[in-house]
Ligand binder design. Structure first.
Ligand code: ADQ
Length: 459
């Protein structure tokens, strides 16, 4: 997007948060895919960004990286009920195929409505006449309708970063009509895949008075466009980073440290139960158990950044993962040859690209994922067209990255087979696949995604 596209962004989190070390404090990038996607297209644009600054209190509107940051403060009970509760224990599991049973707690609904209202009111206050407003993600699904009521002059877009569930699942939600009517306040609603867009349109026709097709709905005499905008990465920036001598040196150092002759199987995720980390580790254990690979030949590196650490499902999952890692290492590691390196931390972007550049096989095997940017980041980092991507059928990215080794993460035999094939792929086959994957991501980069979405908004 160019500077003239001055757009107002509304997202649950601001793209930065305050980090304290000793007596000093600095702004650091907020974790997660939404910020990774939006930051590069908005930097220096003069756009405003309305969001929660995390734990930081008492700050007012300020400038950062050429953007205007407009903080929305939440009380600790709102964090508990709107964020950890309704957003992350009701909507998040429900929209991810109910991998964990969603909690339907009536006490969380009002705080969810109240916080959505606060975001809408802030936007109504700062938006210029007829400005384009781009609302993001599942925490703010009521904002489009609320904002339209306050400011009918605005042009409103909404993008859902996570999947939209099939109607059989969505039907569980006691507040299903309110949520859909909230979204229908937008002029344009964007999804990651055609299946998400279709499922939303069906649910809208079923649970509200909306009429129309999978791409064009009418509700209360207003037209609403529904479309697919697969999110992507800043492929040129990642390529620049991968070509940097520092990154190349770092990748070589990583390979030397784990043993230069060993093949590296890498996985990078937020520590979330949707990402399938436990099943992936079990598949690696099975690969070793069957003797298809040895610790002399390969090593697995799992980098997992902590999130939502106070939600009980996340605490449980972390314990399970740590137990599996301990068991694999206890069984298979030998002196100087650790089977699984497990890093539970966020690592800086530049370092992450060095990991991608060092990895022979990248495992991206979520049980359900809106898109998954890690898959696209890996592809962008493979400047010499080497490497293999093993990708879950249930990541939105699988709709585009057809030359990856596609797997069903629930199918243990299939996972082991794919890992084995990826480790043994011929140089020629690997280069052919990676070449095509790279071509796709280079063409469909995140700047194009931003332009496509803004281009689909009403004039
Ligand atoms: P996420 O669920 O956060 O995003 P993803 O798309 O993979 O998932 O993005 C994660 C981002 O965080 C990537 O840029 C990755 O590099 C980074 N990251 C992950 N682990 C890290 C670590 N240990 N250290 C440093 N960085 C790490 C949501 C949806 C996705 C969708 C995005 C964007 O769930 O499906 O692709 O939004 O729309």
């Amino acid at each position: 997007m160019a500077a003239k596209d001055n757009v107002l962004i509304i997202a649950n989190r601001l793209p930065i948060h305050r980090v304290r070390s000793g007596r000093h404090a600095r702004w650091d990038t907020s974790p997660g895919g939404l910020v990774t996607a939006l930051s590069p297209i908005l930097k220096g644009s003069g756009s405003g960004w309305i969001g929660w600054p995390g734990g930081t209190t008492g700050i007012r509107t300020f400038k950062h990286d050429g953007m205007r940051m407009i903080p929305i403060h939440l009380s600790s009970s709102e964090v508990e009920q709107y964020y950890h509760g309704f957003s992350n224990a009701t909507i998040w599991p429900l929209y991810h195929d109910a991998i964990r049973t969603p909690t339907f707690n009536r006490k969380w609904w009002k705080p969810f409505v109240d916080v959505n209202k606060r975001f809408a009111q802030a936007a109504a206050r700062v938006a210029t006449p007829r400005q384009r407003v781009w609302i993001h993600d599942y925490q703010l699904q009521l904002v489009p309708k609320m904002l339209r009521e306050l400011r009918p002059d605005l042009r409103i877009g909404f993008f859902l970063h996570i999947p939209f569930p099939p109607e059989e699942l969505f039907a569980w939600l006691p507040w299903r009509r309110e949520i859909i009517e909230g979204l229908l306040g937008a002029d344009l609603i964007g999804f990651q895949t055609t299946a998400d867009a279709r499922d939303f349109s069906r649910a809208a026709r079923l649970f509200t008075s909306a009429t129309g097709t999978d791409h064009a709905l009418r509700h209360k005499s207003r037209p609403i466009k529904i479309d697919t905008f697969p999110v992507s990465v800043d492929s040129h920036e990642i390529e620049r980073c991968a070509a940097d001598p520092h990154t190349i040196g770092h990748a070589q150092e990583l390979r030397r440290r784990v043993g230069a002759s060993r093949r590296i199987i890498l996985a990078v995720d937020r520590l979330d139960y949707t990402k399938g980390i436990d099943l992936r580790l079990l598949a690696f254990e099975e690969l070793l158990r069957r003797g298809l690979a040895t610790v002399d030949e390969c090593v697995m590196i799992q980098v997992a950044s902590p999130t939502r650490e106070t939600v009980s499902d996340y605490v449980e999952m972390r314990t399970t993962i740590e137990r599996i890692v301990g068991r694999i290492n206890g069984e298979y590691s030998i002196p100087g040859r650790v089977a699984v390196h497990y890093f539970r931390r966020s690592i800086p972007r530049r370092e992450l690209v060095a990991y991608y550049a060092a990895a022979d096989v990248m495992m991206v095997t979520p049980l359900r994922d809106g898109m998954n940017l890690v898959a696209k980041e890996y592809v962008s980092s493979r400047l010499d067209h080497s490497g293999a991507l093993v990708l879950s059928e249930f990541a939105g990215a699988a709709q585009e990255l057809r030359q990856a080794y596609l797997v069903n993460p629930w199918d243990m035999d299939g996972m082991v087979r794919s890992m084995d094939i990826a480790l043994r792929q011929s140089r020629k086959d690997g280069r052919l696949r990676m070449g095509m994957l790279r071509m796709h991501v280079r063409r469909h980069h995140v700047h194009q995604w931003g332009r496509d979405f803004m281009g689909a908004m009403p004039e």
